[in-house]
Design a protein around this ligand. Structure first.
Ligand code: AVI
Length: 322
């Protein structure tokens, strides 16, 4: 197998317990209370996210895969020959496979992933599907500056692939900062191929984050299960519920954990009070018009060179360049 060795223990993704207690305590002192959305993704949370992607209401994954099925060939032509493909996250191998199948003489594939097991699975799958491709896994957090592995030969360009509308989970200022960091990493000749969920009617968007089977609700509540296990907090799961609503003015789904009663929760040495119906914000999922996305890209010194959308204009994949 043409795979560069790597080592990552599953513990590497977790900040030390004291840090995590501090992060949670600080978030719970804010008004409204807030917890960071990366806390969703422990092992169970990652499984639940995969299950969300299969729910009939969660159109994002299906639409993006359909888009790739139709346009991956064209995308590969735009990206050109001898590309080094760096993927932010190693989430959905289906989309990446579709792209790699069409790329012209790719130099290497570099999945950047913080969690050991998904990275291991991704490397194995890509090495099996593309035995001639150099797979150079990069364990780590893609929000931090990357030190990319030396490619087996000089690529013509580095393309950062960031599918799934994960950019939408960053607030506008953080999203622009992340894109600016990506701009540095791709270099002068490089580009960013990025998936983004498009603005559409409220009912369709809200249904995607309130699936009938309750998988998204379980995903949201799992954050508390994780905290109870990892920092010994005593959130009573029966006393919080999931709420996701679309804020059309802000163009984003806002997800909360809502306290169903007056209660106190122990977090480290502190007791935190929750009022009945008090909502703790846990995630934003931003939705874009083409103009919104071009404006976001411009803030990072980038422009949209190509845009691909499905016929219903549900989802878009953009190619950004300097
Ligand atoms: C990973 N990210 C793009 C998902 C989203 O749609 O914001 C996470 C998610 N949260 C609830 N459902 C899916």
């Amino acid at each position: 197998m043409n795979v560069q060795a790597f080592e990552l223990r599953d513990d590497d993704r977790r900040p030390p317990v004291d840090d995590l207690v501090g992060i949670v305590q600080r978030g719970l002192r804010l008004q409204p209370k807030r917890l960071p959305s990366w806390l969703f993704y422990d092992e169970r949370g990652s499984q639940l996210f995969e299950a969300i992607c299969e729910q009939p209401e969660y159109y994002l994954t299906r639409c993006e895969i359909a888009l790739m099925a139709t346009h991956a060939g064209e995308m590969a032509d735009v990206l050109g020959e001898e590309v080094r493909l760096v993927e932010y996250g190693s989430g959905n191998a289906v989309k990446t496979r579709m792209l790699l199948e069409h790329l012209h003489a790719p130099v290497s594939y570099v999945p950047v992933e913080i969690s050991a097991e998904p990275l291991r699975r991704c490397v194995q799958e890509m090495a099996e599907c593309f035995p001639a491709l150099a797979v150079q896994p990069h364990p780590g957090d893609f929000t931090r500056p990357l030190r990319l592995p030396i490619p087996p030969r000089a690529p013509r360009r580095t393309v950062l692939y960031f599918p799934g509308s994960t950019i939408g989970n960053f607030e506008a200022r953080d999203a622009a900062e992340l894109l600016r960091k990506m701009r540095n990493e791709m270099g002068d000749a490089g580009g960013i191929l990025i998936g983004a969920d498009l603005k559409k009617d409220t009912a369709t968007i809200e249904a995607a984050y309130n699936d009938k089977a309750g998988v998204t609700a379980e995903f949201t509540l799992n954050m508390l299960v994780r905290l109870n296990r990892e920092i010994g907090s005593d959130f009573d799961l029966a006393s919080f519920r999931h709420r996701a609503h679309y804020n059309a003015m802000a163009g984003r789904i806002e997800t909360f954990l809502v306290s169903t009663r007056d209660q106190k929760v122990r977090v480290g040495k502190q007791l935190v009070s929750f009022a009945p119906e008090e909502a703790m914000q846990v995630e934003y999922s931003c939705k874009y018009s083409h103009e919104d996305f071009a404006a976001l890209a411009a803030k990072a010194g980038l422009e949209v060179a190509h845009a691909w959308t499905d016929p219903q204009a549900m989802f878009a994949v953009y190619y950004l360049v300097r």
